[in-house]
Design a protein around this ligand. Sequence first.
Ligand code: FAD
Length: 522
Amino acid sequence: MNTSSTPQTNAAPGDASSPDRFGNVPPHVFQQAVEQAALAISITDAKADILYTNPAFRQVTGYATDEVRGRNESLLSYKVTPRIVYETLWAQLMRQRVWNGMLVNRRKDGSRYLADLTITPVVDAEGKTTHFLGMHRDVTDMHRLKRQVENQKALIESVVDAAPVAVVLFDENQQVILDNQEYKKLIGDLGREPAHTLLAAMGARMGAEFDRLRQSGRGFGSQEIRLDHPRRPPRWFSCTGTPVEEQDVSADAFYEPSRRRYLLLTIQEISALKRQEEEIRTAGLRALLTERDRIQSLRETMAGAVFQLEGPLNILAAALNMNGRRGAQGELTPLLATLEEALRSGRQALETMRACIPEEVDEPAQAVQLNAVLTDVLRVMTPELLAAGIVVEWSPAETLPEVGGRPRQLATLFRQLLANAIEAIQESRRQHRDIRMTTGLEGDHVVVLIEDSGPGIPPEWQLKAFEPFFTTKGANQQHIGMGLTMAQDIVARHGGVIEIDPETTEGCRVCVRLPCVRKEVT
Ligand code: FAD
């Protein structure tokens, strides 16, 4: 290395022997350090004409020191670097400030590379820039990798954005860190962070199992979530959660890698499909309830006929017993024989009739969404409600866990309660003709409130109302007083409670509480 090209320092000449800010490092060590440095180092005069380059400079540029000495650094310039970059570079250097930036350079063989260059002005004791120290390295590969990552990210983002399902990525603190266009549309539709609402609904549905699932970092398959709204039709979403892990990129985690957990939630609206299903189900329910009514009236008619027949047959049997059936010699008199024959065939006919009374058909228990059952019942009863001029205020809980039960029985229960309410309002002839139906969650119970603006039930009858054959209706009306008894029976079979709210002074308020079931994760 030519000593004349040694970079100057602020140390005054002659100070080399005395301790300075470099301590006891001898000058030749500085030379060796520059020579052996892995960075491409060049030292120029104040016009950027090269005086010295180290071996690493040759490795990067292909030029040996002798080939470039006396030539301007611009020989490396590949003229695609914008002019403004050089102007900024020189403006900095003129202010005796360090400049760092990226330049596109051309090697001796004509190939290009991206140089991460730092230029430091070397200022003498008089404050004049005498030299420049240039240090650069080839960062082409790093740049390529960075661009590849950026391209991949842009590609993934455009694929995610174009996906026909809503996609959202949460961090461990439930913060949304990525979403797509479909998800943004959902925000517009639902008015707030929809993923939080859906996760809360899933939590309500699965209970503690959901918390365990989230903590364990496991995902979940298609979970169907129903969101109810008082004034809009319900909406259904199928949600899938996929856990995603990422290496912590902070410096702290360099030697102790740690992972960050994310949850990728894909949300697909399935309302159209569900509405079709609902229509089919409502039609089925309507047919079923009609059939139930028919069977019920058949049962009642036949039970009534059996009852009617039992009376005379009992009288006949009693008469035969009282008068003795046989003559003195133990033989049957013709009259008694005829009566006995009449009694026998009467009893046989009675048994035949009893056997013909249709049985109640049992249905399997399952997880039932009460909001759905109530919506179906309301839809089935719409013609009756319209005919009676009754307005229904339906306030379903936005999300509701399922209850364990038999959907048809539950539909029968709520139809009965609604029918009672309609009848009570019809009877009262009040101006306000409305029914309020509300669902909610109280602890582990789903609560359904049905309130009507009818005359209500006096406190002394509120317990009796559930007794068989009790009716507040006049004798001329066709009531056998079995509606609430049947309702109580269904609620009891579902492990729930039904009561008439004694606090209500206006109309009648029936409260049904049914235990909810937490759904297992699939
Ligand atoms: P130029 O005509 O050289 O300069 C472009 C602009 O810079 C003009 O506005 C001009 O006025 C201004 N300018 C140029 N020289 C000076 C000066 N001495 N004082 C004030 N303003 C000036 N360039 C690279 O492309 N690759 C490198 O690796 C590289 N390394 C360098 C290392 C050092 C230590 C120094 C000092 C400069 C380095 N340069 C490098 C910059 C190089 O000297 C040229 O300025 C640049 O290459 C542009 O060259 P040009 O011929 O296109 O334009």
